[in-house]
Design a protein around this ligand. Sequence first.
Ligand code: PLP
Length: 403
Amino acid sequence: MAFLIPSRAARSGDDPIFALNAEARKRALAGEPVINATVGALLDDDGKLAVLPGVAEALRAVPTAVSAGYAPIAGPDDFLRAVVGDLFGDRTTSGWATGVATPGGTGALRLAVTSFLEPGQALLTSSFYWGPYQTIADEAERRVETFRMFDGQGRLDVADFEKQLARQREAQGRALVLLNSPCHNPTGYSFDADEQKAIAEVVAREAARCPVAVLLDIAYARYGATDPRHFMDRLIDLGGQALVLLAWSASKAFTLYGQRVGALVAVHPEAFERVRLKNAFAYGCRGTWSNCNASGMAAVTRVLSDPELRTRVDKERGALKSLLDQRVARWNQLAGPARLPYPRYSGGFFTTVFCQDPEGACARLKAEGVFVVPLPGALRVALCSVAERDIPRLVDAMARALA
Ligand code: PLP
């Protein structure tokens, strides 16, 4: 009996990254000296999840009356104010922001896809992208189209971005662009100031001809080498010509992956448009997940609004960023001389090594206890889960697997 509708009948239940991680953990438990570079969470050098103690305390202190109750559908006002404050600081453009709480950045992406694209239309993102973009699009009956991420010089291919955006304008009369910088997953690439300027110029040209929404997926913003708000400002400077969206997430920034706390923030100069956006988003929330995790949002609100706690957590996060930065520095020191081809990498959870036969290389690495994630044309290496002391063995094994 075919209970599932045809489009759902052949769905894969197995997330390939989680499956690889499970195999790595099993072999490590059996005593093998495994390097597990598959996990998308920051682990300390003992392989334990790195947690910010100040955030954990704030979470434990949430009163039961708050954690047991429903949160408002769009999210508590103080939470949304705190998120906007976190994004904008004292910028006057904060008055242009509106938004709703979402279950992590993932919820924000989902809500953007269903709010700014008609069924059957395609979002636009770079040719390397986080796999769930495709899952989210599939689930919502939308599609993914890409522009070539790197040009011949290894820089962001803004010319192809313009070409693909123009093609989408002609094909579907609107566009939703997802850009993940700094610390792009999976490549580790962060757009520099020239690339940000060039992207904004393309967006300005296209947005004059059709509605263009640009979503900045800033899931890794706190771990980058530069302030992601420069890019946000550049796009906001277009003055509402293009709609600027931010997928804000507490998962990595507050080490609260499991609490599912995030927000979709839209920036528009006109109050009337902001009301329409907020209403559409709140309706979308009600029709998908209803409301978000009250405890997680209360804890994050406190961390962002209590000056003493905020300073403490910033300091704790600074220590985690240093741990990751040291791994990145060690990787850069060894991977270049080992002739591993990978894009500019100045910080963040992942890097990506280009290769012809990712599945074959992944199998060869697995045979010697090194786990990375195969992608079309590349291997993703999650340095966030590899101790600095293991990086020489990792680089060495990868150089041999690619030879
Ligand atoms: N965007 C990217 C590129 C990610 O890698 C992730 C998480 O891994 C997210 C968004 C959203 O994460 P979450 O839903 O946990 O906030």
